[in-house]
Design a protein around this ligand. Sequence first.
Ligand SMILES: N[C@@H](CCC(=O)N[C@@H](CS)C(=O)NCC(=O)O)C(=O)O
Length: 209
Amino acid sequence: MYRLYYAPGSANLLVHLALLEIGAPHELKRIDIEKGEQRSAAYLAINPNGVVPTLMIDGVPHGEAAALAMLLAERHPEATLAPVPGSTERADYLQWMLYLANTLQPLFRQWFYPGDHLPEGADAIKQAARAGIEKCWTKIDAHLATHGPYLLGENFSVVDLYALMLMRWSRNMPKPATAWPQLAALATRLKARPSWKRVCDAEGLIEWA
Ligand SMILES: N[C@@H](CCC(=O)N[C@@H](CS)C(=O)NCC(=O)O)C(=O)O
């Protein structure tokens, strides 16, 4: 049994979508990050970084959204959320997961929490993060134009769920991901999947255009 500690729309979204795509039974436990519940002693005991998500697997806590998504894909190969080890698509899968985790997601952390890095330089950090995020969208959009319709080509995968979460995070930015045509098409395609409506209902998320 899985238990996902989440805050609506946060980095848990990727893990939650993966659980729904897999059809894995799971419980949800909401963490109020506005109230700082992620820094409570009880939560730090299961996630020493004080962030969501945490996924409890058979009573053992695990963290890091991208790692959790990859772990779920590995634990449930029947859901075909990732190319199998040894396949030709596997290298692309690893490359894109790590690109999103190492390059794009940290820029969002800088955009949303600029004061964490350098309180007196928050504006400059936000502008640099914005430029970096837009550069990533341009790169991914160009990749989709030649290698789409999904990040890994013909086959939907957990990489697309990751991109969907990050695209949603950009919705209130000066230039959201959906300003790029291939990304907009990908978002529309992914939001048509039943997992999207279910995740929005479960986390109480407002749709975005
Ligand atoms: N690298 C972590 C980052 C998680 C993260 O930044 N979560 C944010 C919400 S999206 C959070 O918990 N923020 C509350 C805080 O930092 O106090 C992951 O991918 O799991």
